[in-house]
Design a protein around this ligand. Structure first.
Ligand SMILES: [Zn+2]
Length: 309
């Protein structure tokens, strides 16, 4: 899928979109004309109580994959607006920036503002997401899907700053050719009221165990988690540090790790199988399960003779 990769790089390379989000812009108008949106409501499970506005929980782990809620949302959007295009979800960890494309909580929907049909589709969906609920709830469907923020056509809407409405998107990528959606963890796991009729509790996701290292993988939604507190301690090891090896890395060191950990068809490229093998190794060694050869994991691999210290 060449186009998905190209589009993805455009989104992230130009835009550590999330890093600029919480402080971005002054209140402004909607990125699309205000009309009532048809949307995806026919597919929702009925619900009484619904979610509040999702908190801002930035990406901290790197685990790019199609998560259930993102894939299901994508499928409904593509079925409803077949004239538009899926621009994908995943990135490699080696791509720069902080982005939910790296932890499996984002999706890019190709809807160019200069293409009347695609713009009409984006208008329809966005107006539906922002529409009031039966009891006057703002952004009813965005809340029920666990949407954390939307970037489109020079504008950004964040659930964590919903009272400010659409703000100017201060980003080198104006998002005029696609709509970017980032989801809460519950939304990404498909556990919100849209899908099962039960409002999801906030899931604040994984917190870094050591400063500057990726956070542990988040494999299932966990409403008992609290927001990550003060910065964690720095990692201390007796071995010298080396490059972080994770999804997208390609090197002789990756090959050595693959051979030792029994990854089939070792090829020096750190893909999903290598990530799973590293995670299993971390579990055996009681290390934070980040799926990356981080500082502590490198030290363990050096001590096991897999990598040179
Ligand atoms: Zn994006």
């Amino acid at each position: 899928m060449k186009i998905a990769i190209a589009a993805g790089l455009l989104c992230i390379a130009a835009a550590p979109i999330i890093a600029t989000l919480p402080s971005a812009g002054e209140p402004t108008s909607s990125p699309v004309p205000k009309v009532s949106g048809g949307g995806l409501g026919q597919y929702a499970q009925p619900a009484g109580e619904v979610e509040g506005f999702a908190a801002y929980v930035p990406q901290a782990s790197c685990d790019p994959k199609w998560r259930k809620g993102i894939r299901a949302f994508r499928d409904l959007v593509m079925k409803t607006y077949p004239e538009t295009e899926d621009w994908g979800s995943r990135r490699d960890c080696t791509d720069d920036g902080v982005s939910e494309h790296l932890d499996g909580r984002a999706w890019d929907w190709h809807a160019d503002v200069k293409d009347p049909k695609a713009f009409a589709a984006a208008t329809d969906l966005i107006n539906w997401l922002m529409a009031e609920g039966p009891d006057g709830e703002d952004a009813y469907w965005a809340r029920r899907l666990g949407i954390m923020y939307i970037g489109y056509n020079h504008r950004i809407w964040g659930s964590y700053r919903a009272s400010e409405g659409w703000r100017r998107l201060n980003n080198s990528n104006p998002h005029t050719d696609h709509v970017h959606f980032s989801f809460s963890w519950a939304g990404a796991f498909g556990k919100t009221s849209f899908w099962d009729g039960t409002p999801a509790a906030e899931d604040y996701g994984p917190c870094r165990v050591y400063q500057g290292e990726p956070a542990p993988l988040h494999t299932r939604t966990d409403p008992t988690r609290r927001p990550c507190g003060s910065p964690p301690p720095l990692t201390r090891t007796s071995t010298k540090s080396g490059p972080l090896l994770w999804r997208g890395s390609e090197s002789a060191e990756v090959l050595a790790v693959q051979k030792t950990l029994g990854v089939g068809a070792p090829n020096s490229y750190f893909g999903p199988k290598t990530m799973r093998a590293v995670a299993d190794y971390q579990r055996r060694k009681s290390l934070p399960v980040t799926g990356a050869v981080d500082t502590l994991t490198r030290a363990a691999l050096v001590s096991d003779g897999v990598l040179k210290g």
